[in-house]
Design a binder for this molecule. Structure first.
Ligand SMILES: Nc1ncnc2c1ncn2[C@@H]1O[C@H](COP(=O)(O)OP(=O)(O)OP(=O)(O)O)[C@@H](O)[C@H]1O
Length: 339
């Protein structure tokens, strides 16, 4: 199936980085005849974070597991960095691919540090080096080794265990990370915190990430691009969050992103200086707290509502560049569709 056929996909492809993962005509039919994935074409750019999202049973996990060969495709080819994965030794292949799952899969009778050391030890590091690496990784995911290294998995919260899972997946410094519902087992507040932490980490590390989720909010929040799957492993649309919310390819996508997609678009649409109004003549009492021009429309609206003001001042560095009103927000939202 060729999703580049839609104008949306073409538009987002133009800005996509050089492909790191490339699926061509990939299909999976299980032995009982279930078609889990149907002729999937998908490219993930180097350093890109792509979310696979869709209803239960639409083939997201199967797609992910075909990338690291936990499941063999029935048809098609998968390349990572230009090399066909089926031509590589699976163990060798998985060295370059971190894998994070919802159930975390920590060894319950081993300390946290030992859990994280497993991978470096497996690759022949000395115990001292593996321990040092484990401490470094724990720091990276925000778990102080002095507090957590000697604890056992059951002595950690779900969110902390999830961070250990991420640390372990990063242990071999793989260029590619596959994540299957990585934040699914924690409550919504912790989930948002883990998402933020991971985005910060990703910004620093620049891994190529494929993340499976059934949560559209998580997908548009995290993904540089989002692939929406429909039943039977059919790719319904592959586009940036702004494109997906602004121009759903069909009724299925439109329903899936929901009737509140307009609200969601606020969070993925930046302020456009063209829609600001001049500051001259504005009474200070009409202004909410100033926001930076790099903010999203959602942040601007949040300040308007919080401060209960008709407009918000927008700054670029120390300089005021104009004011944004609810009308301006509406115009910016509409204009983002016309781009
Ligand atoms: N070993 C198997 N044998 C037969 N069918 C299978 C097997 N594993 C998965 N399936 C079927 O393949 C389809 C896709 O499954 P998959 O786990 O990829 O979906 P998913 O989108 O990840 O779902 P979820 O969000 O519920 O985890 C489903 O219909 C599932 O029942």
């Amino acid at each position: 199936m060729d999703v580049t056929g839609s104008p949306d996909a073409r538009a987002s492809d133009r800005s996509a980085p050089e492909p790191m993962i490339r699926l061509r005509g990939v299909g999976k039919t299980y032995a009982d005849g279930t078609v889990a994935v149907h002729e999937l074409d998908l490219e993930v750019g180097r350093g890109e974070l792509v979310c696979l999202v869709g209803p239960s049973g639409c083939g997201k996990s199967t797609t992910l597991k075909m990338i690291n060969r936990l499941i063999e495709p029935t048809t098609g080819t998968i390349e990572i960095d230009g090399r066909d994965v089926t031509a590589q030794d699976p163990v060798e292949l998985r060295r370059g691919i971190g894998y994070v799952i919802q159930q975390v899969g920590l060894f319950p009778h081993q300390k946290i540090v030992t859990n994280v050391m497993t991978v470096p030890l497996l690759y022949g590091e000395s115990r001292a080096k593996a321990r040092a690496r484990a401490h470094e990784l724990m720091d990276l995911v925000g778990l102080d080794p002095a507090t957590y290294a000697d604890r056992y998995p059951h002595q950690l919260s779900g969110g902390e265990q999830q961070r250990v899972g991420v640390a372990r997946a990063l242990a071999a410094d793989p260029p590619v990370l596959l994540m299957d519902e990585p934040f699914g087992a924690v409550d919504p507040v912790v989930r948002v915190r883990l998402q933020d932490e991971f985005l910060r980490l990703q910004h620093e590390l620049g891994k190529t990430v494929v993340l499976v989720t059934h949560d559209i909010d998580e997908a548009v929040r995290m993904g540089d691009r989002v692939a929406i799957f429909a039943g039977g492993g059919r790719l319904a649309q592959y586009a940036s969050p702004a494109d997906l919310l602004g121009r759903p390819a069909d009724d299925f996508v439109s329903d899936f992103v929901g009737s509140t997609r307009g609200l969601r678009r606020l969070a993925v649409t930046p302020i456009d200086p063209a829609h600001l109004e001049p500051l001259d003549g504005v009474r200070t009492g009409d202004l909410g707290a100033a926001i930076d021009v790099a903010s999203t429309l959602e942040e601007a609206l949040a300040v308007l509502l919080r401060d209960d003001k008709p407009m918000v001042a927008v700054k670029q560095g120390a300089q005021f560049v104009g004011v944004l009103t609810p009308n301006g927000i509406h115009r910016a939202l509409r204009a983002s569709l016309a781009e």
